[in-house]
Design a protein around this ligand. Structure first.
Ligand code: NAI
Length: 338
């Protein structure tokens, strides 16, 4: 439990779902892995989000500095830092939304699956904390390989008896951001006006952009489809190679994660019509987990939107995606079960 000074401070700020000063709803958000390449810019963006009243920053290193730095921003959210596993429970108690970018990123030549051995254990430990301290929070999972870490989190929650599949969301927003950007480049449009559903998962061929469902409705030559699909699927690798051993996508990822978290918070607030792509427990296909468009609301995922009509190229892509996803899901589930 938080020390009494923290409790007092909390009660002044208003509890989750209550109206904070000024009549705006205030949500409590924790970032686990907050001192990392994604964590720091994500923490800054969440500190700027008017829906956030309390922001908890947890990591195994450097949170005091990041917290002191961000705490000088004159925005509404109160920032608190938590360092090391002994402080994990205090970081999580009372949270409405937990965002997890903890873990190691790729280096050139690595696949996301190469990260499994290290990140699986980190995600398990952090999700065990969620079951103890904020079992009803929405969880946004960023740590790779997302195709396996979401099933891992689900198994941890099931074991503890706290699993609510509608509240566990794998973050695939960066795939959508990339798809919108690259398609806008090809069509000569403003990327803010383009929307491409990206379904399947978050690794290589499991990333399946549905160009046939582009907004605004657009037609592409077979060459454009091949170029765009390849570039969207390998956008992460493009950044890993450009960073040449110093990390993977962090700034664009923080931006995408902040957008997704904001959508989750607007859903929690009760806003209507919030639709995002996310990798979730799903009945859209025969696979137990799948990324597709979902409608967000007070309960997390409130509706799974159907895949919609796929063309022949996309149907072939879907079969490839399912094959790899099946293995990644199995790997995650057996990590906890065995
Ligand atoms: P990073 O190495 O810069 O930061 C990771 C942070 O996690 C570090 O500050 C580290 O101290 C912390 N950490 C390690 N073990 C921890 C533990 N047990 N508890 C709490 N914190 C812990 O890595 P970066 O670039 O921020 O990437 C983080 C993760 O996000 C990676 O797994 C990466 O593959 C993934 N990622 C996911 C994307 C997506 O679209 N879902 C896109 C880009 C990256």
């Amino acid at each position: 439990h938080p020390p009494s000074s923290q409790m007092e401070e909390t009660s002044l700020l208003g509890r989750s779902g209550c109206r904070a000063k000024g009549g705006t709803p205030g949500f409590k958000v924790a970032i686990l892995g907050a001192a990392g390449g994604i964590g720091q810019p994500l923490a800054m963006l969440m500190k700027m989000n008017p829906l956030v009243s309390v922001l908890h920053l947890y990591d195994v290193v450097n949170t005091p500095g990041v917290t002191a730095d961000l705490s000088h921003m004159n925005t509404g959210a109160v920032v608190r830092g938590f360092l090391g596993q002994a402080q994990l429970d205090n970081a999580l108690t009372g949270m409405d939304l937990v965002i997890i970018p903890a873990g190691v990123p790729r280096k050139p030549g690595m696949t996301r699956d190469d990260l499994f051995n290290i990140n699986a254990g980190i995600v398990r430990t952090l999700c065990e904390g969620v079951t103890r301290c904020c079992p009803n929070a929405i969880v946004n999972l960023i740590s790779n390989p997302v195709n396996s870490t979401v099933p891992i989190a689900a198994e941890v929650f099931k074991k503890a008896g706290t699993y609510n599949p509608r509240r566990l969301l794998g973050v695939t927003t960066l795939d959508v951001a990339r798809a919108n950007t690259f398609v806008a480049e090809v069509l000569g449009l403003d990327p803010r006006n383009v929307n491409i559903p990206v379904v399947g998962g978050h690794a290589g061929v499991t990333i399946l952009p549905l160009l046939s469902q582009a907004t605004p409705p657009s037609s592409f030559t077979p060459e454009e489809v091949a170029y765009l699909t390849e570039r969207i699927q390998n956008g992460g690798t493009e950044v890993v190679e450009a960073k040449a051993g110093t990390g993977s996508a962090t700034l664009s990822m923080a931006y995408a994660a902040a957008q997704f978290a904001d959508a989750c918070l607007r859903g929690l607030r009760g806003d209507a019509g919030i639709v995002e792509c996310s990798y979730v427990a799903s009945q859209v296909t025969e696979l137990p987990f799948f990324a597709s468009r979902v409608r967000l609301g007070r309960g997390g995922v409130e509706e799974f939107l159907p895949l919609g009509p796929l063309n022949e190229f996309e149907r072939a892509g879907l079969e490839k995606a399912k094959k790899e996803l099946t293995e990644s899901i199995h790997k995650g589930v057996s990590f906890i079960k065995s």
